[in-house]
Design a protein. Structure first.
Length: 328
């Protein structure tokens, strides 16, 4: 390896270690039952409000989970994805990967209910974390304890999304680095990718794999040809609006079938297929596929707790927003 490459690798590892230490030190400010004294009904209010939404529209569980993921990977789990753009700043919400996010109105509604009970006490970031957990558990997914005490950030910058948020076109090397910087390992990558067991995506996220993978009008050779035929029936060239299920047949149910599909080379995104290009993530995929997800629920709960502590603001950092879309 050349000296320059060694230096870059060393600097990257140093950066990872610094960010991991920062993430862990901030996460120590979180605790279970954080609002027990200051707003004892907070978690109950959030649960009931989320239940009302999911009971009417269970497909909103996937967007609420995705909202938490998109929040945590840019600046940490501090609600920056919720902020609106201003005259002087273009916020994360305006970035192309976030234009398809849904659930902002759900979070705003829950926040309004909590504010009536306990003004200025419960952060938007904590509401996002709880709504993600509650909605997943309400569609028969795993339940996990959510340490609370996150504070809301005051900064949201569009360009940071492209640098920090993993996307559907990422390869395994890019995914590894993006997760490592957040203190998440390869098992976390495989486990959290399993969140694609629920929800849909626009054809925009897969069209390049179907029609122009290398710029020569070809298809992605890593994808099952029969799956390509089925997807082409739904997604025509240039189609950016049609929705396709990420886990065909059970996209409303939180289960292990995602891993069975990826093992059969039927993952919708390049980032799904990329899991087969690393020994650890590949082994995890095939293990879950062959054992009917024997440990998936438990693993997902553990990785969600870990992700939910990335880059949090605690103590006197940040603020408690009155309205999630605006700084105070």
């Amino acid at each position: 390896m050349a000296t320059g490459q060694k230096l870059l690798s060393f600097l990257f590892l140093q950066l990872v270690l610094i960010l991991m230490v920062s993430n862990l030190s901030n996460a120590k400010g979180l605790s279970l039952g954080y609002y027990h004294k200051t707003c004892p009904n907070a978690e109950s209010i959030i649960w009931k409000a989320t239940h009302r939404v999911i009971s009417r529209a269970p497909t909103l569980a996937a967007p609420l989970l995705r909202l938490h993921f998109h929040d945590c990977f840019v600046r940490g789990c501090e609600g920056s994805v919720l902020l609106n753009s201003t005259k002087t700043n273009v916020a994360e919400r305006a970035a192309i990967p976030n234009l398809s996010l849904r659930g902002f109105n759900v979070i705003d509604g829950i926040k309004a209910e909590v504010e009536k009970e306990c003004p200025g006490v419960v952060s938007c970031a904590d509401i996002v974390a709880l709504a993600a957990r509650d909605s997943v558990s309400m569609i028969h997914g795993p339940y996990w304890e959510v340490p609370l005490g996150r504070r809301d950030g005051r900064v949201s910058i569009l360009n940071e999304v492209f640098a920090e948020l993993p996307g559907p076109f990422n390869n395994i090397t890019q995914l590894r680095q993006m997760f490592a910087v957040k203190g998440l390992n390869m098992k976390d990558l495989a486990v959290l990718s399993g969140g694609h067991t629920i929800g849909t995506s626009h054809c925009l996220g897969v069209n390049n794999r179907l029609y122009n993978f290398t710029g020569r009008g070809d298809t992605d050779p890593s994808m099952d040809p029969n799956y390509i035929v089925k997807l082409r029936q739904k997604c025509k060239p240039g189609d950016t609006t049609t929705l396709v299920e990420m886990d065909p047949g059970s996209f409303k149910t939180f289960d292990e079938s995602y891993f069975t599909l990826v093992a059969k080379r039927r993952g919708l995104f390049q980032s799904d297929a990329a899991l087969l290009n690393d020994p650890e993530t590949r082994a995890y995929v095939f293990h879950q596929a062959s054992t009917h997800g024997s440990t998936f629920a438990k693993d997902f709960a553990k990785s969600m707790v870990k992700m939910g502590q990335v880059g949090v603001l605690t103590g006197n950092q940040g603020e408690i927003r009155k309205h999630c879309a605006f700084v105070n």
